[in-house]
Design a protein around this ligand. Structure first.
Ligand SMILES: NC(=O)c1ccc[n+]([C@@H]2O[C@H](COP(=O)([O-])OP(=O)(O)OC[C@H]3O[C@@H](n4cnc5c(N)ncnc54)[C@H](O)[C@@H]3O)[C@@H](O)[C@H]2O)c1
Length: 423
């Protein structure tokens, strides 16, 4: 089968490589010529994506994967087109759809009769039918007669994409009558994955947003409960572990916010257009308040932060993945600075240049002599840090550290919703 994957970023490239590894002829289309050249050399631009380097190199060598900036020409030779161009939110929280619209217009120029177009990018409900399908018709073909359209969200974790592509069922929903059936058949054959076929593209769009908002609200609940635990001086970690021993209770882990491409973004898709969700908005505001809450707790514990030296360790949005999208590390920086602290940043994955780009002054090596160390993303590289040398107080922003190990080093530990170690 000839397949075009439009947008070979963090998600599209592993998807394209996996399809090529399964024996299909895949065209990876992207507007970034440097990315295209790198892929055509068989080089992996995403080193922290497990298993990608090998299948990418082999697929390019076998001639099954070719990258191109000429989307229309590639699409003209394909039976199926998958869209994995990112959609983010702008400063006002609105979905920024223009890159995806541009990609759909490029595809429309190459679309030939019989093609199946599948949108994998998470979207506000109704976008595939109302906005994207008409753009595809702009090439002169008629939806439902000449070509089909479906929506099928990616349900993946960065760093584990190759594994996750076949691990979870693929949810699909068609815009035209045949679109859903054809998309279901495509994923069964091309990836060998279980498929859940919903009755419309809108149902599939809403199912993906439901997953996202569920997780955001669940974390918001954990964060509120952490605040209650703080007021009563109890440890939220043991509280949640106990509550979750009941089979219908699945409370997540509290922390200083939610980052990344997905969870902080998708609830906002439910806060716009028809039927805005007030709970989604509430969850966002609870989670967005957490960096300020954490800084405030440290401030009241130490009797002020003015003039104190703070280092924030691990600036990516989660451990061991070099992605800083919507990372709460920058919110912690803002909150500690606003209280008069001198803040440095350190990240074992993105280097001093990446640290500067986020607005931090890079922490000089070796790390020592701070008043407070905040561990935001607990990278594996931080496992053997000498806490005693770094700071007398360690703030665990994700309740991810081994509290006993920190205390054994003679350092005070403060987690989210967890009492501070005695002085
Ligand atoms: N990253 C995740 O963890 C994750 C998880 C599940 C689902 N998703 C979904 O996947 C989507 C893509 O995410 P990503 O992390 O791969 O984004 P990304 O930014 O890494 O990749 C997007 C790619 O699209 C390219 N692009 C932009 N405009 C284009 C155009 N007009 N034509 C062709 N290519 C174009 C960009 O150059 C980039 O390479 C997200 O919006 C989300 O809906 C992401």
């Amino acid at each position: 089968m000839n397949i075009a994957v439009v947008g070979i970023g963090r998600i599209g490239l592993p998807l394209a490589a996996k399809l090529a590894a399964n024996g299909h002829t895949v065209f990876g289309c992207d507007i970034n010529p440097a990315r295209v050249d790198q892929v055509n050399r068989g080089e992996n631009p995403i080193p922290d994506e497990n298993g990608l380097a090998g299948i990418l190199r082999d697929a390019v060598k076998a001639g099954n994967l070719k990258a191109t900036t000429d989307t229309a020409t590639a699409v003209a030779s394909c039976e199926t087109v998958l869209f994995t161009v990112a959609v983010d939110v702008d400063a006002s929280g609105r979905a920024g759809l223009s890159p995806l619209f541009a990609a759909a217009s490029d595809v429309a120029r190459g679309l030939k009769p019989g093609t199946l177009c599948i949108f994998d990018t998470t979207l506000p409900v109704g976008t595939t039918r109302r906005e994207l399908a008409p753009l595809l018709e702009g090439g002169g073909l008629r939806l439902g007669h000449d070509f089909s359209v479906a929506f099928s969200p990616e349900r993946l974790l960065m760093g584990r994409v190759i594994e996750d592509l076949v691990k979870y069922p693929k949810v699909v929903g068609g815009v035209d009558e045949r679109g859903g059936e054809r998309a279901a058949a495509f994923f069964r054959e091309a990836l060998g994955v279980e498929v859940i076929h919903l009755s419309s593209a809108e149902a599939a769009e809403l199912s993906k947003l439901s997953e996202g908002v569920y997780r955001d609200l669940n974390i918001a609940l954990a964060n509120e409960l952490a605040g209650v635990a703080d007021r009563f001086g109890v440890d939220i970690s043991e509280v949640i572990a106990a509550a979750n021993s009941q089979p219908y209770c699945h409370i997540h882990v509290p922390g200083t916010g939610v980052g990344g491409h997905c969870i902080p973004v998708y609830p906002r898709f439910l806060m716009q257009g028809e039927g805005p969700s007030s709970l989604a908005a509430l969850g966002r505001s609870v989670n967005d308040s957490m960096p300020g809450y954490a800084a405030e707790r440290v401030e009241s514990l130490l009797g002020g932060l003015a003039g104190l030296r703070v280092v924030i360790l691990g600036l990516t949005f989660r451990p061991d993945v070099a992605v800083t999208h919507h990372t709460n590390a920058v919110d912690l920086l803002r909150e500690f600075r606003a209280r008069g602290a001198t803040v440095h940043g350190h990240d074992a994955l993105i280097g001093a240049g990446g640290v500067r780009q986020l607005g931090f002054d890079p922490a000089p090596e070796p790390l020592n002599g701070y008043d407070v160390a905040v561990v935001h993303a607990n990278h594996r590289a931080y496992r053997d840090l000498d806490w005693r040398a770094i700071a007398p107080l360690v703030v665990d922003a994700r309740n991810a550290l081994d509290r006993k190990a920190v205390e054994a080093a003679g350092v005070r530990y403060l987690g989210v919703g967890r009492p501070v170690s005695p002085d």
